[in-house]
Design a protein around this ligand. Sequence first.
Ligand SMILES: [Zn+2]
Length: 220
Amino acid sequence: MFTGHYAASLAARAAGPRAPLWVYVGASQLLDFGWAGLVLAGVEKVGFDEKLPGSPLDLYFMPYTHSLTAAIGWSLAAMLVARRFWPGWEALLIGLTVFSHWLLDALVHRPDLLLYWPFSPDDRKLGLGLWNLPVPEMALEMGLLGLAAAMLTAQRVRERRSAWPILLFFAALVALQIYALLAPPATDAAGFAITALGAYSAMVVLAALVDTGKRGKASR
Ligand SMILES: [Zn+2]
């Protein structure tokens, strides 16, 4: 799951309009921001196998960002930080957006998500493995993204605000997904992590540019 994660941020922005889109966008990829940082630091590990269907990633060690308990911990931490800025509903939505990342990963990853905490004696791993069926997997990502973009666009039209920033953001995500599909397969962990951090950061900046969270005159 790559751009499909952003569906959660678009839907959360529609449900919690007081927090800006860029915060939800960062929240939806918080676990992967952490993952790419820890891969760069050599703490979490990734391998690449071009023969794997759907995604060449062999995510054999990522307990601090992608175990179920770690994901719950990061989600709660994000919610607590968010409460300082958006008390109430939006803070809860931000925490849920962080956690949505793990749920969506659990649908598509091969079993590589630890059920418990790092180094727990029970090292069962979850992952329904939709990556093994690349066409339905991509249809799911694009479908979720399209649905969430339509939700947010409809809300903005109802509020008599311009819908183009959301459509622009959606188009950028589709372009990024097409690039990711066509780019030569990654072979080196550090290079891949740097590219991933660049892409995640670019989407946060783009979200901040297209949608500041301010309401238009019509909705005041
Ligand atoms: Zn992930």
